[in-house]
Write a protein that binds this ligand. Structure first.
Ligand SMILES: Cc1cc2nc3c(=O)[nH]c(=O)nc-3n(C[C@H](O)[C@H](O)[C@H](O)COP(=O)(O)OP(=O)(O)OC[C@H]3O[C@@H](n4cnc5c(N)ncnc54)[C@H](O)[C@@H]3O)c2cc1C
Length: 383
């Protein structure tokens, strides 16, 4: 599959599957299994997966474009997709000794039959996902894991979970290991409902692990190498995908606001809102400027990921922080510009506004990212 074909397929699914049901799914907090199925059937589940597993072997540019396209129609589905791509990246980068056991799973992902996700955040260490409280215990050749994973996107719907836990003999708070747990593993259960302010249709519920047995061949990283995998493999793609979700939300807000300003009328003046009020035109313009600014930032990040250089990590972190702020600001301006029509939920703008608030609280949170950037500029160790 080429870049253009992938983006076109994402656009088709966005308009035929996501857009018609996004509002209802949001209201009901309903996970869209049909969206996941469509993405799989279109070959988008294995977007970054190497061709030998049936994937498309595409890169961050296509991932960002596809994710933004999905988010423009339904950010909940885009987040499910993002977490799946990250889970897949962890599985496909597993240590060589795990590859034979993981190959059928990777082939299922390539064939669009398997949804994965990340289960990093824990109730104890909250947004500090790099420091799990849980510790894997040796159990014959494998390990046993008990953990309270506090938010897991696609909880109960994913076929596998990439789980972090402290390595059995790890000495420090970041000496973690990544493991793959399949749905149906004894002791793995969804531990509560998901009733978020935004991204309501993505089942980001808590997951409990109670003495879950994991065989050695499902240990993805070497003991203690989970932290490096989180920082080097997951963080860049997560920040890029998160920025792409923000971009999709901003584009949807610009589109929705434009449509409202073109169609809603002051009948006593015989003009549309957009024709009548320069303030509304200025607010719409500000939204457009910020949205295009975010798109340019994402392009710049993609270039840095395609050709890594000294400034790449800085760009990764900056993009996460900036995207979260831009999405909140653009959707808040859309709420104000569309006034009571947005406030009383006659438009989809308020869903975008609620969804936009997730980016800044998803780890690494906007505050933590700023801490990292500030520390790195001052030469202070991050951890
Ligand atoms: C919709 C959604 C989906 C999610 N999906 C997943 C998932 O699939 N997998 C997963 O592992 N996790 C997931 N998460 C969890 C997420 O990544 C965070 O771990 C979680 O939102 C943290 O929330 P908290 O309030 O417990 O964080 P807290 O750590 O309690 O943060 C509270 C506040 O303190 C600030 N803060 C914390 N540390 C610092 C610091 N060092 N410096 C400055 N400020 C700081 C934060 O920015 C925040 O404002 C999801 C969360 C949401 C909302």
């Amino acid at each position: 599959m080429t870049h253009d074909a992938a983006v076109q397929k994402a656009g088709e699914i966005a308009s035929s599957v996501l857009a018609p049901s996004a509002g209802q799914n949001d209201k009901a907090g309903r996970f869209s299994t049909e969206a996941v199925q469509s993405l799989g059937e279109a070959g988008l589940s294995g977007l970054l997966l190497p061709a030998n597993f049936g994937g498309s072997g595409l890169g961050p540019r296509t991932f960002a474009a596809v994710t933004a396209t999905l988010a423009e129609a339904d950010a909940s589905v885009a987040m499910v997709y993002l977490m799946h791509v990250l889970g897949t990246a962890c599985i496909s980068a597993a240590r060589p000794s795990a590859v034979p056991a993981l190959t059928p799973i990777l082939e299922d992902i390539g064939a669009g039959r398997h949804l994965s996700t990340l289960a990093f955040s824990e109730a104890g260490s909250r947004s500090h996902f790099w420091a799990p409280i849980s510790r894997a215990q040796r159990n014959g050749n494998g390990v046993r894991i008990s953990a309270k994973k506090s938010w897991v996107t696609s909880a109960g719907y994913a076929q596998s979970y990439v789980v972090s836990a402290l390595a059995p003999e790890g000495a420090g708070p970041t000496d973690s290991t990544l493991y793959l747990l399949r749905a149906g593993t004894s002791g793995l259960s969804v531990a509560g409902p998901w009733d978020g302010l935004g991204l309501r249709a993505n089942a980001s519920a808590p997951v409990a692990l109670d003495e879950c047995g994991v065989a050695l061949e499902f240990q993805l990283t070497e003991d203690g190498a989970g932290f490096a995998a989180m920082l080097n493999r997951v963080l860049p793609l997560f920040c890029l995908g998160s920025a792409a979700v923000a971009l999709g939300l901003c584009r949807a807000a610009v589109r929705g606001t434009t449509s409202h300003l073109k169609n809603a009328k002051f009948e006593h003046l015989g003009k549309t809102l957009g024709e009548s009020l320069p303030t509304l035109r200025a607010q719409l313009a500000a939204m457009q400027i910020d949205t295009d600014g975010l798109a340019a930032r994402i392009d710049d990040l993609v270039e840095h990921l395609e050709k890594p250089r000294e400034t790449t990590l800085l760009r990764v972190l900056e993009s996460k922080a900036a995207a979260g702020d831009v999405a909140i600001s653009v959707t808040a301006t859309a709420m104000r510009t569309c006034g009571g029509a947005a406030f009383s939920k006659h438009l989809n703008i308020e869903r975008l506004f609620r969804d936009a608030h997730a980016g800044a609280v998803m780890a690494p949170t906007g505050d933590v990212v700023r801490e990292f950037i500030g520390k790195s500029l001052l030469g202070i160790p991050l951890f």
